[in-house]
Structure formats: structure tokens, C-alpha cells
Design a protein around this ligand. Structure first.
Ligand code: FAD
Length: 830
């Protein structure tokens, strides 16, 4: 089989070797700079607490698999996981609410979890100060991983299966030819390779640099300390057992003070995230010593007791028994942080067959390793990995400055209560559209996405709220769903449905695909026939070889060898660009080029029943259904400005996306504004947009559907063309799928009381049993109730009653046929 080189024998590298071996790979070399028995990376000292529950379904499922795997790794009658359970305590009313929300995530992702009273917390954890604890979240399947031991067992197991391990061997370069890897250079010699996977942990930046790849992670110091023996814990039965993890209480989190705890026999281990961020560069750590022990490992820096003082104070309050102990063994251990807290996993966009699996916690290690092994073997991972994708970042988010600032912020906020819409505080104003000054004049409230400032509503529209017809008036919301929201959105939605509104669409990804092979490339990658005449827009899908949805895209044919693609993510760009590089090998001479034109263009969505009136006064071109039909595109001009008009809409109304280049942006805004005012034009933001999108039934790629779902399940079969002649990625798989084989479906739910909001990721119950989870939600202004999309078993029917759980409260909803708004598309088609 193909020759694989894995860089790094930490918990990730060793797990990857094992996952590959179990899939039949038999030519694997693991290269490790340190001694194999203790390489000195983060794994060598990880205390190994595994709290599985996370707002991200992906991260939770990766953790769940890691627990299963560690339990299966046995030696001398003992496995590598001590399932003590996990307890997170709340000491503030806000945290008490937060753990209810977290309890919801656990249920959504299928993890058993219990909200427990202060008394129950004490029963499970007698050392707690009963005056401090208001309640807790208990997860019975959490526990302690013995990461270093698991790594050693995996090394032994895979070595017996033929994996070659080279210790004291430093990778110093990556060899490549024709855009793909050919081997690694080490301090000793070269090792040929067809596939390289860097599992170098916080050294990932240095390895990436060898191929000009920016790996967005930052190594940070994190304090961990042990106490002297806790008097009450001495001579316990558990200490005498041959239990390498000798502990008996659940692993404990005290997030209000940025702390976590585990037992080490009669001693206590304390981890702290409340100190100042301590960034370092792996390159500054020098060469890993020939002999590594507890004290001299490169990932272990000198303890700074002054940083630990608040932790020690808070600890003695939470666990009074520790007042009789002292801190004896502390260190500042290094591991990786990233701009959004996710791992970085995937193939390098600039070099084929160079893979990365870094910024991975012990908690997710086996899960990530399995995902990479599945992808290498089978072309896809059973758990959607978009949230961990190496290529998910925008170019500006890869700059060292951005990575440093946001990763440090991530460290600081790691245990904070974060609203799903909360923007980064810094850096802001990285990317603004040319409409920015006008938006500010209108009192735009901006949130941040991909470095862009994106208006969510405009304070200038506040007056309109008072004039709304009774049935359009916004309903009151609870405090959590009111954050980063304004009732002004109701007025903006009303204007869109009844007059006309203007939306800044600049932040959406736009790519230009050109060259003689452009049509071949898009035919080969999409589920529809895009070889239509210039002037046509096709809404289509990118799917993997198993028919799982990668993205939904709009392909506009501008000229015979020039297309514009409206896409969702930077990962879409990396995928299209990689396939374009390979295009020549599929159809010789038919090269294609992919260019990201997001920042070199700008775009306004002009939508609403009066959109036509606005355009007619400023352009003499024909924008009637005859002049530019629905899903048509043409280049023309408005008040002398060259524009491209796309006749489509995300909000389900008549109108266009009007695109031009940034130097004309402000003039375009002003021209539309002037001409639109008499017709009631307003500027509208993302809050209204989202409500209108949801009631029009438009799925959001990534949150509503991903690579785990096929088009039948997700309800997007309109974006595949079953009679498409040309072969394409996923065609064979899609041909085998049908509605009959569907066991779950993305369903539209409407909230029965017409007012209770959910925000997404809440669990859904059918007949009192947990049956699925919410993907996205918003208030449906036109249908006058909150609307949610949720994954549910296909046995659940339209009209059936379900319940969603929000902060521990059940909200009744009804499964409803969608789209709720304009199902016949009369308004959309005009
Ligand atoms: P590593 O273990 O660092 O392995 C990478 C390996 O690559 C190293 O052995 C290194 O020598 C090798 N390498 C690097 N460059 C080269 C090269 N050029 N050539 C050859 N080899 C190279 N996680 C949890 O889930 N739960 C916890 O409770 C927890 N607590 C933690 C507490 C502390 C104090 C710290 C520091 C981390 C903690 N973590 C925890 C995080 C966890 O330890 C790491 O995320 C994890 O161990 C990373 O594993 P890895 O295999 O990716 O990296």
C-alpha cells in the first residue's frame, strides 16, 4: 500500500498509526524527535481529564469515540480510561443557567447527563464546600485518560503489526515533486512517502513552515500543579489498588474560577486557565534532549507561582480540605490553542497528500485519528469534520498577528459563558465592505464573521417598529435570545416582504472559475448540469464520494469559459482550487483556474415586491422576467456603474443580487438609496435575513446539513439532477440513494405558543424520548412564530407534536411542511 509517514509519536500520532493499521495500511513509519518511551510533547504530562460535552457536535462525538477506544486499550488487566464521571459545578446563577444549556447539548449529541442539586454534588464529591455550590452537571461517562500509557500501548500494538518507529529522529524538511509529497528529510536521512501526516502537536507551525503552510495554532503555557497529600485521602482503599489513576471522585470543573481538578492518589492536581496568556514559539525550545524525564521535557516550562495565587485561593474555598495542603509540584505546560478553539485537521491546500492533525486534545485524539484514517482510506470521515478543517480560515485569519491575538483570547475565554452570536472583541474592522460608511450613518449594529463586519440591523429603522401592523409587532424574548438581537429586525423583515430592502451580501464567498476546462471542472464536481448557456445560474451541490453534502453552491455561467461560484466557506475554495490543479489530468489541455474574488467585488441584495420600481428609474436595461428571468445572470450597468445582476434571492422575494467592484460600491448604494426612497427602501441586516431565509426553507450549509447527510435526508434534491449525463464526484453513490433509504430527515418545526425562541443545537423530544436536535432557528416574521430546523427520525410525520428543550424548559412545536413562505415561488419568480 501507499507509504505513510507520521510525524510525532504523541497520543495523536500513535492513534493514527493504529487506526490506519486496522484499516489495512501496512507501510507506515512514525518519526519522533524525542525518545519513544517519553517523547516530551504535550502528551507526556497531560493529566488527561476527558469532559466530552461541547457545543460542537463534532467535538463531542470525537470525544465519545476516544473514550470508547481508550476503554478498549488493555494491558495487564487494566485499560486506559478511568470512568469516574465528570462533575461541573455552578457557583453563580449565570453558571447554573449555563449548565442547563450544556445539559441540552449533551442530550442533543447523545451523551447521558444529569443536572444535580447541591446536595447531590456533595454526595458525589464530599470535598466540596456546600456553601458555594448552587448545582452541577454530572456526566457519568466522562473520566480520566491515561494518555501516556495509551500511547505506549498503541506503539507496542502497532509495532507488532509492522509499523516502523524511529526515535531521536527530527524531521527537518518535506520533499515534494509536481505538487505532491515524496518524502521527509530528517537529521539522519530521507524517508520516502506517498502520504505525510503531521501530528507534531504544538510544533505544527514549524512543520507547516517547511512547505509554506500557515498552521493557525499558538502554543501557550497552561498551569498545572499538584498538592501535598490531602489528609482525608490518605490510606484510602483506592490508593492501595493497582490503579494507575488512583482516583475515586469524578473529575471536577469549577469554571467560574477557570479551574479543574483530579486526584493523584492522595494528592490533588489543579489545572488553571485564569492566568495571563503565556505564548511561546516551539522553535525557541531547542532540541529535545536524548533523555527526557518529568523535569526536562520541552513541553514543560518553569512554574510561575505568582500566576497561580488566585487559583490557590479559589481552590481552598471550593475544596476546604486542601487548606491543609501545599502546592509542591507545579509547571507551565505547553499545548496548542487556535483562533476558534477547534482542532486543525485536513489536507494542506498547497501540497497534495500532506495532512495535518494538530491542536488536538487528548479528549479528541482517537476520534481525530479515526477521522483522518477514514478519510485517507475511504474519502470521507463518518463524523463531519468541517469545524476542524485546516482550510476553514480566511487568509486574514492565518496571519501570525491574528492567530496570536485570537488564540490568546480563546485561552482567556475557555471557560467563559459565551453567547452563540457573540463576536470577537478583537481584532475588529479587519474587513469592511465599501458600504461601511453608509451603514454606519444608518446606525448599523455589526457582528463579525470571517473577519468581516456584517450589519445585523440598523438603528435608523427603529422608528419603523412603532408603525408596524399589529400582527408584525415583535414579541418579547427571554434575556438569552435577546442578546445580539433587536426588535428592529421585525421592521426590516416587514419592509422586505411589503416594500423593498437592501442587504449587504459582500461577506458571502465568491469565486471566479475560468479557463478552457472551467466547465469540465464544475461538471466533474457538482450534482447538476452546469453546462448551460451563458446567463444561467444553477443551484447545485458539492458532495463527497459517498453522496454526503460538502456544500451547496450557486454556479453562474458568465461566459462560455468563465463562471462565478457563490459558495459558503474557505474550505470550498480550497477544494475547488485543488481540483482545478488536477483538472489537467482529467481532461488534458483543459486547465481551469479558481480565484477568490470575494474581496475584489462587493454585492447588494435588492429584494422585495417593489424592487423592480427601484431599478427601473436608474437603468434603461430590461429587468422584466423576459429581460432577466429567475435564476438568470447578466452584465449591465446602473447609473453608469458596471454591474452583474443575479436574479436570485435568499429571502424568498423578487429582486437581484447586484455586484460590482469596490470602487463603485458607494455610488451604487447611493443610487439605489435615492431611487428607492420613494418606494420605501430601507437597509436591512442579518437578523431579518436569517428569519426570512428560514421561513423560505433555505438550508444553511454547515449548520443545517453537512457531509453526514445526503440530499434526500436534507431535503435538497432540487439541487441534484438525476439525469445528468456527465460523471461527477458522488454520482454513483447518489444513484444508489433515494427517499426510501432515508432514516432521518431535516424537518421544519414551528413553535406552538408563537413566541418561545430557541437558538440552535437544542435537543428535540418525541413522545418524551430524545429524538434529534435543532440545527438553526429564528423568528419567522411572516408566519408570526419561531421556526426551527431539526434532524429527526423519518418516522416523525408532518403535523406531529414534538418538544425542544431550552435551558431545561420544554417548548412545544409542530412538525410542519416547508417552505412556510411562498411554497409556489410566485413572489420569488415575480
Ligand atoms: P504531542 O504529544 O505534543 O506530540 C507531538 C510529537 O511530535 C511530540 O512528541 C514531538 O516530539 C513530535 N515532533 C514535533 N516536531 C517534530 C519533528 N520536527 N520531528 C519529529 N518529531 C517531532 N488535554 C485533554 O484532553 N485533557 C486534559 O486534561 C489536558 N490537560 C492538559 C494539561 C496541560 C498542563 C497541558 C500542557 C495539556 C493538556 N491537555 C489536555 C492537552 C493535551 O495534552 C494535548 O492537546 C495533547 O497531548 C496533544 O497530543 P499530540 O499528539 O497532538 O501532541
Amino acid at each position: 500500500s501507499q507509504r505513510v509517514v507520521i510525524i510525532g509519536a504523541g497520543v495523536v500520532g500513535a492513534n493514527l498509526a493504529d487506526e490506519l493499521v486496522s484499516r489495512g495500511w501496512n507501510n507506515i513509519t512514525v518519526v519522533e524527535q524525542g525518545p519513544l518511551s517519553m517523547p516530551g510533547g504535550s502528551t507526556s504530562h497531560a493529566p488527561g481529564l476527558v469532559f466530552q460535552t461541547n457545543p460542537s457536535k463534532t467535538m463531542t462525538l470525537l470525544a465519545k469515540y476516544t473514550v470508547e477506544k481508550l476503554q478498549s486499550l488493555e494491558k495487564d488487566g487494566q485499560n486506559c480510561f478511568n470512568q469516574l464521571g465528570g462533575l461541573e459545578v455552578a457557583t453563580t446563577p449565570e453558571r447554573l443557567e449555563e449548565i442547563k444549556r450544556k445539559h441540552g447539548y449533551a442530550q442533543s449529541w447523545g451523551i447521558e447527563a444529569h443536572l444535580v442539586s447541591p446536595e447531590e454534588c456533595l454526595k458525589k464529591y464530599p470535598l466540596l464546600n456546600k456553601d458555594l455550590v448552587l448545582g452541577g452537571l454530572h456526566i457519568p461517562s466522562d473520566g480520566l485518560a491515561l494518555a501516556a500509557r495509551a500511547t505506549q500501548i498503541l506503539i507496542e500494538k502497532t509495532r507488532n503489526a509492522g509499523v516502523r518507529y524511529l526515535e531521536h529522529t527530527v524531521v527537518t524538511g518535506i520533499e515534494q515533486a509536481d505538487g505532491h509529497v515524496t518524502g521527509v528529510t530528517t537529521n539522519n536521512d530521507s524517508i520516502p512517502a506517498d502520504i505525510i501526516v503531521s501530528c507534531a502537536g504544538f510544533w505544527g507551525v514549524e512543520i507547516g513552515a517547511m512547505i509554506g503552510l500557515k498552521v493557525p495554532l499558538l502554543p501557550l503555557g497552561h498551569q498545572y500543579a499538584k498538592t501535598t497529600a490531602v489528609p482525608g485521602l490518605k490510606n484510602r482503599e483506592v490508593n492501595k489498588k493497582i490503579n494507575a489513576m488512583n482516583a475515586e471522585y469524578p473529575i471536577l470543573r469549577h469554571q467560574d474560577q477557570d479551574l479543574y481538578y483530579r486526584e493523584h492518589g492522595e494528592q490533588y492536581g489543579i489545572g488553571y486557565y485564569g492566568h495571563r496568556p503565556m505564548p511561546i514559539s516551539a522553535a525557541s525550545l531547542g532540541v529535545t534532549p536524548k533523555h527526557v524525564d518529568e523535569k526536562n521535557m520541552p513541553s514543560r516550562l518553569e512554574f510561575t507561582p505568582e500566576d497561580f495565587e488566585p487559583a490557590w485561593k479559589a481552590t481552598k474555598e471550593l475544596l476546604p480540605a486542601l487548606r491543609e495542603t501545599e502546592v509542591v509540584d507545579g509547571f507551565n505546560g505547553i499545548f496548542s490553542f487556535t483562533p476558534d478553539g477547534g482542532s486543525v485537521v485536513g489536507q494542506a491546500p498547497n501540497l497534495d497528500n500532506f495532512w495535518v492533525a494538530e491542536a488536538v486534545w487528548v479528549t479528541h485524539s482517537a476520534g481525530v485519528a479515526r477521522a483522518v484514517a477514514e478519510t485517507l482510506t475511504d474519502g470521507r470521515s463518518s463524523i463531519d469534520m468541517a469545524e476542524c478543517e485546516l482550510t476553514r480560515f480566511e487568509e486574514v485569519q492565518l496571519s501570525p498577528e491574528y492567530v496570536s491575538e485570537t488564540s490568546q483570547q480563546n485561552f482567556v475565554e475557555i471557560y467563559d459563558i459565551i453567547h452563540p452570536l457573540a463576536p470577537k472583541e478583537n481584532p475588529r474592522n479587519l474587513r469592511v465592505s465599501p458600504f461601511y460608511a453608509r451603514q454606519q450613518e444608518q446606525g448599523a449594529f455589526f457582528l463579525e464573521v470571517g473577519g468581516w463586519e456584517r450589519p445585523h440591523w440598523y438603528e435608523a429603522n427603529a422608528e419603523l417598529v412603532k408603525t408596524l401592523p399589529a400582527e408584525w409587532r415583535p414579541v418579547d424574548r427571554d434575556a438569552w435570545s435577546s442578546k445580539f438581537y433587536s426588535p428592529i429586525a421585525a421592521a426590516e423583515a416587514w419592509k422586505t416582504r411589503n416594500a423593498v430592502a437592501m442587504y449587504d451580501m459582500t461577506t458571502f464567498h465568491r469565486f471566479e472559475i475560468s479557463g478552457p476546462g472551467a466547465v469540465h471542472l464544475l461538471q466533474r464536481l457538482t450534482t447538476s448540469d452546469v453546462s448551460k448557456q451563458p446567463g444561467a445560474i444553477t443551484h447545485t451541490l458539492l458532495v463527497n464520494t459517498h453522496g454526503g453534502i460538502l456544500s451547496d453552491i450557486f454556479v453562474s455561467r458568465l461566459e462560455s469559459d468563465s463562471f462565478q461560484v457563490g459558495a459558503n466557506t474557505a474550505t470550498d475554495l480550497a477544494y475547488l482550487a485543488r481540483e482545478a490543479r488536477r483538472q489537467d489530468t482529467h481532461t488534458p489541455g483543459q486547465w481551469a483556474q479558481v480565484r477568490d474574488i470575494t474581496g475584489s467585488t462587493c454585492c447588494l441584495g435588492l429584494w422585495g415586491p417593489r424592487a423592480g420600481d427601484v431599478i427601473r428609474t436608474i437603468s434603461s436595461d430590461d429587468f422584466s422576467n423576459a429581460g432577466l428571468p429567475y435564476m438568470g445572470v447578466k452584465k449591465t450597468s446602473i447609473v453608469g456603474i458596471p454591474v452583474t445582476m443575479f436574479r436570485k434571492s435568499f429571502v424568498g422575494e423578487y429582486g437581484w443580487e447586484i455586484q460590482t467592484t469596490p470602487e463603485y460600491g458607494q455610488r451604487l448604494w447611493d443610487a439605489l438609496w435615492q431611487s428607492g426612497k420613494p418606494h420605501g427602501l430601507i437597509a436591512a441586516g442579518r437578523a431579518a435575513f436569517n428569519g426570512l431565509r428560514i421561513e423560505k426553507g433555505i438550508r444553511a450549509s454547515g449548520s443545517d446539513m453537512n457531509s453526514e447527510h445526503n440530499p434526500w435526508e436534507a431535503g435538497v434534491t432540487y439541487a441534484i439532477q438525476m439525469d445528468k449525463k456527465a460523471d461527477y464526484v458522488g454520482k454513483a453513490a447518489l444513484e444508489k440513494l433515494s427517499m426510501k433509504a432515508v432514516s432521518r430527515r431535516l424537518r421544519c418545526l414551528t413553535v406552538d405558543d408563537g413566541r418561545s425562541m430557541v437558538l440552535g443545537k437544542e435537543p428535540v423530544f418525541v413522545d418524551g424520548q430524545r429524538a434529534g436536535y435543532v440545527t438553526s432557528a429564528a423568528f419567522g416574521y411572516t408566519v408570526r412564530k419561531p421556526v426551527a430546523y431539526a434532524w429527526l427520525p423519518s418516522s416523525v410525520n408532518e403535523g406531529q407534536s414534538v418538544e425542544m428543550e431550552y435551558f431545561g424548559k420544554k417548548i412545544k412545536a409542530t412538525v410542519t411542511r416547508d417552505p412556510l413562505h411562498d411554497p409556489q415561488e410566485r413572489r420569488l419568480r415575480g
